[in-house]
Every structure is written in C-alpha cells, then in structure tokens.
Design a binder for this molecule. Structure first.
Ligand code: ATP
Length: 328
C-alpha cells in the first residue's frame, strides 16, 4: 500500500499493564521526533480516546520512564469502545487533534480494537504486544513476559526457603490467563516438582503419584506451579484435592497475583520494547497498517493483527519434555 503522509501519531496503552510498556512508549515517541512527527499521548487507552484525554508530548514527558514498570499513559478497559457510538466519539477526538495514525500497545483485546478502528475509520495502526501472558502470535516474546517470569522465579525462590525449612508442599499460582507460558518458564526456572498449565491436563492421580515418588527420593521441598487458567482448577482447589489423597503433607498455597505485573522491566524487555517502539513508527511511515510488530529470531516482523490475535500460540512441547526430565 502507498504510505499516507503521517504528521501526527497518537500512542496509547490498553488492557492489563505490563513491564516495558513505558520503554515502548518512549521508543515510539523518540522515533516520531527523529522523523519530525508530532507525537500525542492518549491517556487511559481507548477510554481516554473517547473522553478526549489526549495531550501533545515533548521529550520531557518521556524522560526517565524507560526503567519504570507500569505505564505513565495509564491503561484502562473501555466498554464504550466496544460500541460503534464509542468508536465514533473516539474518531471525532482524533480528528480534532489531527492525529493520522496510532501506536497501540496492549494485549489481544486492545489489538482487536485497533483492527476494528482501522476497518471502520481508516486510521492506520501498528500494534505492539504489551502483555505479560505471551499469548500473541507473531512474536517470540511479548513485552513484559520476561520480567513477569523473573518476578515469579524470584518469589518462588523465597517460597522454596520456607518450603525446605518445614518440609512443606507448596502450590504456587502464577498468572497467564488461558496460557501456560509464565507457568512453564517459571516452573523450569525454579525446579518445580510439577507444572500444571491450561494447555495440558494432568490428572490429580498422576500428580499425587509424582509427589509420592519424590517423597521416596527424600526430596525436602516440593513446589507445584499452577497456571491461573488451568483446566483442573486454581492452586487452592488442586491443593485441597491433593490434601485428601496425601493427608500427611503440610500443604500451603501462594497466589502470586498482581505482583507479577509490576516492577522495573528486565534488560530483555527493555530491548524488546525499544526495538518494537522504533518498528511501530517506522512501520507506519512505510505503509504497514493494521499489523502488529513483533520480534521473531531477533528480527522485526510485521504480522496482520487479525493473524496475531487469532492464531493459537502454544507452549512448546519440548518445554514439557524438559520439565518432565528435570522434575523426575
Ligand atoms: P490483557 O490480555 O493484558 O488483559 P487486552 O488488551 O487483551 O490485555 P482487553 O480487556 O481484552 O485487554 O482489551 C482492552 C480493551 O480493548 C477493551 O477494554 C476494549 O476497549 C478494547 N477491545 C477489546 N476487544 C474489543 C472488540 N472486540 N472491539 C472493540 N474494542 C475492543
């Protein structure tokens, strides 16, 4: 497609926040300045677009944000944007500011919104995968996933100390929605006894058998990682089932929850967010619309948003094999 002339770009973060969003905003804004484009911050995602929370950004707005977790543009979920009337209001506000294109940083819902908006109003958008869940195709890793895994591993290391001191069995629930990426990474990285993820059902009997074998092998601590969207239930539910079958175990449950979303982004996420922020603005300037910029094998790849959100990215089978070998 012949690129449109783009003079003003709006940047927004939407959906659940993730570490590295600030680094992505900063990179997109700095790239815009590099190409003499006026850059606008749209606060509180699509909700702010509808309520005209739009401000022109200068270099001071993006100073010292790269290293901070969260998003200084704030994030929100907007029910109104799901309606044609809401999107019409949002469009009117963009028009009033003369904004010709968008960089949308968020998860699959946010990118779906950008796709619809492009179809309806022709506002070119490049999406960036900003979610800790790593559940978007078209990128090896999403912005925030690496940091979330590091945070989970650090927390599990601490839990391991108390588990070992008391010979306890811990069930630790990690985030990830319907995807087990955080669980499998954090599980392998923290020497978990077992990892339960939504993509693979593990019968409770198999888990109990595994724990019995480990007890015989005189393992002093056992940590079972449970992904929040697991088919067999959450950590508390699984722990109570196991307690009935192994009453002699001292069992505890920890739900890591929102602490996995916070914190300074890892070096990996800073680099990923920076590369993708540049790619978003350069993509728009080269006529790449309605796409998500991702990194595959260290190279920037633009994937149609429709494909990035629909394709089911799954946990690598080989990761299961590795986890199984290492926990036996
Ligand atoms: P995360 O996966 O981290 O929660 P997300 O981007 O998937 O992030 P959602 O709450 O699904 O989070 O979506 C964020 C916002 O995107 C929604 O509040 C809504 O405004 C918009 N959005 C999502 N789906 C649609 C849709 N089908 N049509 C229009 N807008 C949508």
């Amino acid at each position: 497609m012949e690129p449109k002339v783009i003079k003003r770009i709006g940047v927004l973060t939407s959906g659940g926040d993730s570490p590295g969003m600030n680094a992505a905003i900063r990179a997109a804004v700095r790239t815009g300045f590099y190409y003499n484009i006026e850059m606008f911050g749209i606060y509180r995602g699509y909700e702010g677009m509808i309520h005209n929370e739009i401000k022109k950004l200068d270099s001071k707005n993006i100073a010292h944000v790269l290293e901070r977790g969260g998003t200084f543009l704030k994030s929100a979920r907007s029910e109104e944007f799901r309606t044609p009337e809401g999107r019409q209001k949002a469009y009117e506000n963009l028009k009033a500011h003369g904004i010709d294109a968008l960089v949308v940083i968020g998860g699959d819902g946010s990118l779906t919104g950008a796709h619809l908006f492009y179809k309806e109003f022709g506002i070119p958008a490049v999406g960036l995968p900003g979610t800790i869940d790593n559940d978007l195709s078209g990128t090896d890793s999403t912005i925030g996933f690496d940091t979330a895994c590091n945070t989970a591993i650090q927390a599990i290391d601490k839990i391991r100390d108390t588990a070992t001191s008391h010979d306890r069995l811990f069930f630790v629930e990690v985030m990830g929605r319907d995807a087990g990426f955080i669980a499998i990474n954090a599980g392998i990285g923290s020497a978990a006894a077992a990892i339960l993820i939504p993509e693979k059902k593990m019968p409770i009997e198999d888990l109990v058998e595994k724990l019995k074998v480990r007890t015989k092998a005189k393992k002093t601590s056992n940590i079972v990682i449970v992904a929040e969207g697991g088919k067999s239930g959450g950590a508390a539910e699984i722990a109570s089932k196991v307690k009935k079958l192994l009453p002699y175990y001292d069992i505890k449950v920890t739900i890591l929850g929102h602490l996995q979303r916070g914190g300074a982004p890892s070096s990996f996420d800073r680099l990923l967010a920076s590369k993708l922020g540049v790619a978003a603005v350069e993509g728009l300037l080269h006529g790449k619309y309605d796409v998500m910029a991702g990194l595959i094998n260290h190279k920037v790849v633009y994937t149609p948003i429709k494909k990035a959100i629909v394709d089911d990215k799954t946990v690598d089978e080989d990761d299961f094999r590795v986890a199984k070998i290492l926990s036996t």
